[in-house]
Design a protein around this ligand. Sequence first.
Ligand SMILES: *Cc1c(COP(=O)(O)O)cnc(C)c1O
Length: 431
Amino acid sequence: MNFASTRNLDHCIGLSQALALGLAPDGGLFVPSTLPSFQPSDFNADHTLAAVACRLLRPFFADDALSGQLDAICDEALDIPAPLTALKPEHTWMLELFHGPTAAFKDFGARFLAACLQRLHPPDQAPLTILVATSGDTGAAVAQAFHRKRNLRVVVLYPDGRVSPRQAHQLGCFGDNILTLRVAGNFDDCQRLAKQAFGDPHLHSRLSLSSANSISLGRLLPQMSYYAYASISHWRSRGGKLNFVIPTGNLGNALAAILARRCGLPIGDIALATNANRVLPDYFSGSAYQPTASLATLANAMDVGAPSNFERLRWLYPDEQALRGGFIAEAVEDASIREVIANGEARYGRMFCPHTACAVRVLERIRDRGDSRHWAVVATAHPAKFEQVVEPLVGHSVEVPAALAALLDRPSKAEPIGADFEPFRERLRKL
Ligand SMILES: *Cc1c(COP(=O)(O)O)cnc(C)c1O
C-alpha cells in the first residue's frame, strides 16, 4: 500500500519511508492511499490482539520491505492485554488499555513504532534520533519502547511542572540512549520546539531526525487493532456494534477507532471526550475550527489546544457537514473529573484516571439522554499514574501495577531547558 500527505494526495511513498519520516516533508500527515475492507468473519474466534493486528495491518504493509516481518513486529510489540470488562449499569464496558509497561494506551503504538524503526534502520548507519514532545504519557511510552534499542536514540521534551510527579519520574528514569529535557513552557512550546528542529536544515544534516508523536503512522496503525479486537469479540458474543467513548487530546487514539470503523469493523458511534480544552467540542457544535493555546487541566495528557491529527479527520471526511454530523464531542471540566473519580468506586466499582473520567462523564450524559445501547469507555491510563489527583478523591492509596513500580524504583534525571529554539538547537548539536 502507498501513503500520501494530507496536503498532497497525489504524491505517494511506501510505508517504510513514511514510518521513517514521521511527518510528511510538506508539513502534512501521512495517510493511506486506500483503505482495506473487512468483515468480522475475517478474524478467527480465538485470535489474540497480536493476531488481530496482523490480519488487520497486512494490507497496509503489503509490498513493503517490512511486510515479511509484520508477524514478528505484532508479536513483539502487542503482547499487552487489552481486556473489555463489564461496568455497571448493564451494556456498559471498559476497554482497558493501561496494562502495558508505562500503564497508558500509548505503549501499544510506541512499542509497535520502535519495533518497525529498529528493523528499518541499518545498524551500520549513524543513529536515528527520535524527537518527542509530550504532555505526559507519550514520552514515557516512547522512551520505554526505544530504551536500549541499538542505533536509535530519543530526545523527550516535556513541560516542566505540568506533568504528575510520577509521570516526571518515568520520563527521566531511562538514561542510556534516552535524553529527557524539561522545558520551561507548556506542551505547545514543546511541540513547537520539535517542529522547529524538524524544519531546521542544519540539524537535519547532522542528525537523522524522526518523530514518534501521535502523528506517526507507526503509532496510529497498531492502535486500530484494539478497537478491532474489542468490537469483534463484542460482535461474536452479543451481536451488534459496539459504541466507544474515547478520551481525546491530539485525536490519535480516536482516529484509530474512526479508521477501524471505516475499514468495516463492527464499531457504532464514536464519542470524543475532551477536558476543558474545547476546540473539538466547539467545532462539532458548529463553530469554526479555532486552535488555541492549551489550558492546564487534571487530565494533563489531553491538554491540547491544537489537536495534531485534525488534518487526518478532515481527510477522512472531505465533506464538512458529514464530519460535523458524524461525532459526539463534549468537554468535561475539572470539577466533573473530580466528581467522577470520587464516586467511581460506589457507582461503578472502579477507580478511574482523570482522562478516563472524562469519558465516563460523557457516557453518563449520553445515558441521561436515554441511550441504552452497548457503549465501551476507553480507559487510557491506570489511576496509579495520577495518584496525586486520584488518591485524595478516593480517600485511600491506589496500588501501583508491577511494571510501573519497577520504573519508579529507578533513579530519574531530566535536564532543564528554556522554551526558545536556540538553546534547544545547541543541545541537539551536542548529541
Ligand atoms: C495521550 C493520552 C490521551 C489522549 O490521546 P490522543 O491520542 O492524544 O487523543 C488520553 N489519555 C491518556 C492517559 C493519554 O496518555
